[in-house]
Design a protein around this ligand. Sequence first.
Ligand code: MG
Ligand code: MG
Length: 294
Amino acid sequence: MNRGRGVVIKSERELALMREAGKINAQALAAAVSIIQVGVSTADVDAAAAEVLRKHGAESAFLGYPGPYPYPAVTTVSVNEELVHGIPGKRQLKEGDIVSIDCGAIIEGFVADSAITVGVGEISPEAQRLIDVTEQALFECIDKMRVGNKTGDLSAAVQTYVETNGYNVVREYTSHGVGRSMHEDPQVPNYGQSGRGLPIRAGMTIALEPMVLTGGPETRVMPDQWTVASRDGKLTAHFEHTVAATQNGPWILTVLEENLDEERLIRYNQYFAGRVNPTVAKGVDTDESVIFGP
Ligand code: MG
Ligand code: MG
């Protein structure tokens, strides 16, 4: 591990540990998503993810995280206008809600951080469009996570895609380096200019996380002092992957192939640098180094 300008470059061994943490985190999110239905509480969602971490001997990167008071759960579960940092509790999910789940797992001191937004039951076309745009903004950003680019390219990719689709990006919260700590340098805003910022180097690992608002970009912190919601009460969404830059392109550390339906598998493949070949895209060749690896 070497440090330069506050950015921590990871060794191959460290990337492998982050990948282990990333797989567990992906399973935790999948477990949380799998129980979502009308009437389930946000605490139940948290418990499903917590169980996966426990089973794999992973620590939580969130539990006890310093803030106004130590963060009290393993996930954040943010509903509708809640953008990030929603504290799981008794709230029961309703038909048409959209739920953002964020989780962080630690293996041998290395953190992986990822988030997903899903609907409860049948959701409105607007809510579905928001989810689709936010997820695609993440892909647009991942595609810029390449050696030779600058961190401003990541920011600009998110902002351009989101604003072109008529939504706003958050201003107060950012994508961030991740590794031995959940939040390392660099901070990478959801807005900015391409060509600016720090050069992206092989071994850099960033938790890329578009946070998107259908209304104005302003947020407010709720009385629980953690939950961040849109100030105007309009719908929001959040997707996140921990991604390493490698000499061969971006490597998503927090995805599990078995969690992906065929459409998503094809979509992921499209973001790996000219490696789209019909056989692989159909999931026939499941060699991770081809599909998701560097
Ligand atoms: Mg996160
Ligand atoms: Mg994060």
